[in-house]
Design a protein around this ligand. Structure first.
Ligand SMILES: [Mn+2]
Length: 416
């Protein structure tokens, strides 16, 4: 069965009778003048349709008698076709989505009013993600129009329902995430091979970008972090412009995107291929912390307990090496969360802090320690999928022990 059809079928079960649900693919935002940012489909639209063309609209209609779906696409325009290429055709849409009824965008408004009237529509479900007070999107515009023109219709938010769906990954999704991770790891190995003290952070990063392009990945999952020495204590450092020094560690938090699914991996290694004794000591604490967290992940565990366990572990370890005396000093050296969901977005949807882990969830495990006064910032991040009794590390082939990293860098350094 077509996976997108299957997802829409499950969604129909969650919406009330006499309702329609509307999803917009969105369009690329203007950069400036006649330039646009690259297009990336709205994720719930993509999740339900598998289409990544701009401006499309998916409408789902449900009443007591039947369930209907309509896809609105752009009409063919000869001049536009000569400049930017032809738009997606009805036949291709049918094949990819299993939606039979395909209409043109210029018919959308008339069609919606006729559905509202003829099908006695009482509710309209819209995809209302709202992180900012002045949110603007086709969904919010439509909400405004409905309130104005059909004040008796109730507007409901489908975003939260889909977020719930999307936290549990199906086989196809895990395959895509795995592929994104494999390419990401290949890129990290490439950086390890070429890294030398004295290179600029972006010079090493360029080897990651090369691997992405070589694998036909057009998009990164997020802006790469390439942070050497003390820069690594800034969590979202993205300047990537400093010159590395002889005994620097360098932290790479990077991710390829594949089929719109994100990989998210962090590795920290010495630019010159050899850890100092102190770096080794701190690195091994982070590594053992990560292994401990991975070992406790299983269905039923509270998401927020992962971070609590990590802090307890760190407090004990950092007291042992004399870095801290009191429990609350830990916040000086570790100040983020250990995990987030991963999927169609890098910080994927789902209310992690309120919930427990379930089979099929994909999450990151990314403990770090940041000692500013010693210019040491270390984070190790892998991605795991929760299984029936535990979890599977999707990036398990990516080396991370001190010994493996030093050996790999010694044996594989390129002579450029
Ligand atoms: Mn992450």
């Amino acid at each position: 069965m077509n996976i997108f059809f299957k997802r829409r079928k499950s969604l129909f079960d969650k919406i009330d009778d006499n309702s329609i649900a509307v999803f917009f693919a969105g369009e690329a935002p203007v950069k400036r003048g006649d330039e646009f940012y690259p297009f990336s489909p709205e994720r719930n639209f993509y999740y339900l349709s598998g289409l990544d063309n701009q401006r499309l609209i998916l409408v789902m209609i449900k009443n007591e008698e039947d369930k209907e779906e309509i896809l609105f696409i752009e009409r063919f325009d000869e001049i536009k076709a000569k400049w930017v290429g032809p738009v997606i055709k009805k036949e291709e849409c049918r094949e990819k989505t299993n939606i039979e009824n395909i209409k043109y965008l210029d018919e959308f408004e008339e069609e919606i009013s006729s559905i509202i009237f003829n099908k006695k529509i009482e509710n309209i479900y819209l995809n209302l993600e709202n992180r900012y007070f002045k949110a603007s999107s086709p969904d919010f515009d439509m909400a405004q129009n409905i309130i104005k023109n059909y004040p008796y219709i109730k507007i409901k938010n489908i975003y939260t329902v889909l977020s719930e769906f999307r936290t549990i990954k199906d086989e196809q999704e895990i395959k895509n995430i795995k592929k994104a991770i494999d390419i990401t790891c290949e890129g990290i190995y490439e950086m390890m091979k070429h890294s030398k003290a004295g290179m600029y952070e972006y010079e090493i990063e360029a080897y990651f970008d090369y691997v992405l392009k070589k694998n036909a990945v057009r998009d990164k999952a997020f802006t790469s972090i390439a942070a050497s020495g003390k820069n690594a204590v800034v969590l979202h450092y993205s300047e990537n412009s400093a010159k590395t020094k002889e005994n620097d560690l360098i932290l790479f938090d990077v991710g390829a995107s594949y089929g719109y699914y994100s990989g998210d991996i962090t590795r920290t290694f010495p630019v010159n291929g050899r850890f100092t004794e102190r770096q080794k000591q701190i690195y091994n604490i982070v590594l053992r912390a990560q292994e401990m967290i991975i070992s406790i992940i299983k269905p039923g565990i509270e998401f927020k307990s992962l971070n609590e366990s990590l802090k307890k572990f760190y407090i004990k370890e950092l007291k042992q090496i004399g870095l801290i005396e009191n429990d609350d000093e830990i916040l000086k050296y570790y100040y983020h969360g250990v995990s987030h969901f991963l999927g169609l977005e890098t910080h994927d949807v789902g209310r992690h802090n309120e919930g427990v882990l379930k089979e099929g969830m994909v999450l990151t495990v990314e403990p770090g320690l940041y000692i500013e006064e010693e210019e040491i910032g270390i984070r190790i991040e892998d991605d795991v999928v929760v299984t029936e009794y535990g979890c599977e590390v999707l990036s398990e082939n990516m080396i991370k022990s001190v010994e493996d990293i030093e050996n790999f860098m010694r044996e594989n350094r390129a002579d450029d």
